[in-house]
Design a protein around this ligand. Structure first.
Ligand code: NAP
Length: 288
């Protein structure tokens, strides 16, 4: 096992708050497993101090960092280059050191798709997908699904304007059909029943509010659908419990967390994250 020394390559995650993040556990476990000399730390940054923090990371020779709430958009002002995906999504979750500065990447949407491919054998091509919610994660997932060849993406959100904004971006960047609805829309039952996959990207049901559930009725779901929740704590939200009861296949957000991390890991180290080990570690952590 490598110890921190003069050759250790530094990585981390900046956010506020950041102490709850599972990324340090995930990446440090992977470094240990592969016996490579990297170290990953949670880095709490004060609101209003992002510019100084990024300058400091650069001066200290950091190889890269993950970016979490609330800095995913603000960090655009501090990169010298951007990946296509980050530009279209309008958010950065990973910085990678290059010769003259950090490059911004977004691995969230790709991580979501890769998790479904690897763990469920699911492909987005020609699929109709309903996304519940229109926040940051909805945007990343919806735009990546559109770029990956989905047939139609439907965004349903409490604030219709935010759903419409994502649907408009999808049409602009991919030309695929995308419609937006609020929860009050009539015929939402038909809209939902007609989709191959329904993804909850709202925070409804996330611990400690585990009794909450998006306003979807069990009768609207069909057994042929794949029902996904981006929430991983609890491992089975009330929404997933309802879908399971209906007989649908279900999938929680732990896969997305792992695969967005695996993509960042590869950008920094050039190596594949040992997924099996990381899954076991996180399953142990959540006692799944
Ligand atoms: P966000 O940007 O704050 O968006 C939250 C979304 O939830 C918005 O669409 C919001 O609707 C909706 N919402 C919140 N409370 C609601 C309520 N009472 N009724 C109806 N809608 C409500 O958050 P985010 O970053 O997208 O994260 C959303 C969830 O995804 C969280 O649970 C987070 O843990 C999870 N997530 C998981 C991963 C992963 O790797 N698995 C990655 C990112 C996020 P309005 O727009 O109307 O406010």
């Amino acid at each position: 096992m490598q110890h921190i020394n003069g050759n250790t390559k530094l990585l981390g995650i900046i956010g506020n708050p950041v102490s709850h993040s599972l990324s340090p556990l995930m990446h440090n476990t992977a470094f240990k497993e592969l016996d490579i000399n990297y170290s990953y730390a949670p880095l709490l940054v004060d609101h209003g101090s992002l510019a100084e923090a990024i300058k400091g990371l650069w001066s200290l020779g950091f190889y890269g960092v993950n970016i979490t709430i609330p800095f995913k958009e603000e960090v655009f002002d501090h990169v010298i280059d951007l990946s296509h995906e980050a530009r279209l999504i309008g958010a950065i979750n990973t910085l990678v050191r290059t010769e003259n500065g950090f490059r911004g990447e977004n691995t969230d949407g790709q991580g979501f798709i890769m998790a479904l491919k690897e763990e469920k054998g699911w492909e987005p091509v020609n699929k109709r997908i309903a996304i519940l919610g229109a926040g940051g994660s909805a945007r990343a997932v919806a735009i990546s699904l559109a770029l990956a060849g989905a047939e139609e993406i439907i965004i349903i959100n409490r604030s219709l304007a935010k759903a419409k904004d994502i649907a408009d971006t999808i049409y602009e960047v991919s030309g695929i059909l995308s419609t937006s609805y609020s929860w009050e829309t009539q015929f939402l039952d038909e809209v939902i029943s007609n989709c191959h996959m329904v993804v909850n990207t709202t925070s409804l049901g996330m611990s400690p509010n585990i009794e909450q559930i998006p306003p979807i009725k069990e009768e609207w779901l069909t057994q042929e659908q794949l029902i996904v929740d981006l929430i991983y704590n609890p491992a089975e939200t009330k929404f997933l419990q309802m879908a399971k009861q209906k007989g649908c296949e279900v999938y929680n957000g732990l896969g997305m967390l792992i695969y967005q991390g695996a993509l960042a890991f590869n950008l920094w180290t050039g190596k594949e994250m040992p997924i099996k080990k990381i899954r076991e570690t996180l399953n142990d952590y959540f006692q799944i």
